[in-house]
Design a binder for this molecule. Sequence first.
Ligand code: HEM
Length: 554
Amino acid sequence: MDRIAGTYTSFASSVSTLGRVLLVPYVFLRVILQFAHYNTLNALSYTKLFILYHYNMILMINGAREDDLTFRESWEQKKRFNVVRTYNETRPVAEDVKAWFESPALQAIPGITWRRTAYYYERYVIHAPICTLRKLSFVPKKTGSYLFDPHSNSTPSADKDGQLLERESRFPNSDAIRDSSRVIAPRVKSDFTPKSYILSSESVRQTHDSGHLVSQTVPIKSPSITKLFDQPAEAPPPSPTPVPKEQQVIEDRPIKSSDSNSSFFYKIRIRRKNKPQDPTYGNYELVRQAIRDCLPKPDYDDGSIGPNIVRFTWHCCAHFDRESGTGGCNGGTMRFAQEFNDPGNTGLHTAKSYLDQIHEKYPWISFADLYTLGGVVAIEAMGGPKIEWKPGRTDCPDSNKVPPMGRLPVATKDTEHLHEVFTQRLGFNDQELVALIGGGHTLGGCHVKFSGFDGSWTSNPVKFDNEFFRVLLEDTWNFEKVPLTGMPQYYNSDHSLMMLITDIELIKNPTFKYWVEVYARDSELFMRDFASAFAKLLELGVNRDPDGIARTKI
Ligand code: HEM
């Protein structure tokens, strides 16, 4: 048995060596064949076009055309489909070939090496230059790019709500392309290696109803790509005024692509894109300052929109579901009406409109980053702890990723509901749950016109401290209904403060109460625990790649 195996191995490796030697003439031959093949098909295609032209002309002359296309349009359309089809036919079905070459069983056979090498050689050494020549216009561009080119997608193609704008078509007369619903957007690979370029460009084939292939000929601008390259990759310029050492925000440093092992091409692209068109690019301190500046509003509630922003940030994250991986702040889905109009979000328009104005000034930051940074800065500005915040979240191009409504907590429910939301869905323990609710509700208040509840939790709703826990333990709480709306809640004896049913649950449940007592006593511990629970909240569903970029979930 061993002898047979030995003979086989030595035979296989000599075949492999021979293969490598034969590779060079093979490649030359392949280049010639490739051109011959391409040109023959082109020639055939032009003959076909010539016939079609005259066929159309005859139809026109006889008045036989019944649809409303002009002759010119119909001619252009036919010509295009023909050329597209011809071109696509010249390309091997790479996915199949790849699967075949890369199957683990085949990898074990030594003789496969040279064939695989030849295959890739052809892909990269022959196809890639042809493609480059085509791009540089040395070869006529009949069918668009062969390789997928992210730079052709670098201008925004989403409107303010993040909806896709009508796709641009190089062939405006084609109704196949005009009707964007029939064209499937290519799945954009984030890994820009030559291999993935080629494979992904080949695997994307779209078919028109008529059976004609409409492949990369459609220059679809993908917002996900735009956002991807909109992520800062360089360190921010030093802030103009020196910040005292203890206040320095180290966590805002944008993640450098050189920190990771990402591909060379990827890094080059990021650098090129980042050539500063906008001098504020990546300077999160400017965004932080803009948020701080927009907080004081003498006419609003207690003089600050800070609490509203904190609640907004919380609601951007609160619909995460760790089982399905859906929801959470990544994707910036709160900017879509579909999510924002959830009844649980009533009253958050103030925070959203101010944050959106900041985004207009600093459009390089993703909404997902801005919406989370908003809460962090507001808490800090109202005397709260420093919260670790990392940039790199990306925005969903459309509202497909908006999670189902009804995931936000309901204020009239009990411990079971709190566990359902905070523990099962979000993944917080009881201590974090208490810190989060108590920290959030030490700020701001309830508005009869929004939630139907009434009053604030603490005597100073724009100061972040542990007063919520103290009053929760010390005051007497009476169950009543809000006179105007009939909503059930608790008031203290002089009706100066309020508690929701879920807040009172924090002293009804013994484990929750333990933490309420701890936090009422130890303000410092509360600040620390709140900061880490809130930082955890901001990272739910944010799966970072080695560059620190959180790709939008697909
Ligand atoms: C059981 C969980 C929770 C429930 C049921 C709940 C419910 C509510 C309700 C009904 C309001 C009043 C909204 C209005 O009328 O304007 C409110 C306000 C607020 N919540 Fe929560 N909340 C919960 C947890 C949290 C958490 C974890 C945070 C933050 C960490 C938070 C932060 C806030 C803030 C800052 C406000 C004041 C908003 C303003 O003044 O505009 N809440 N919450």
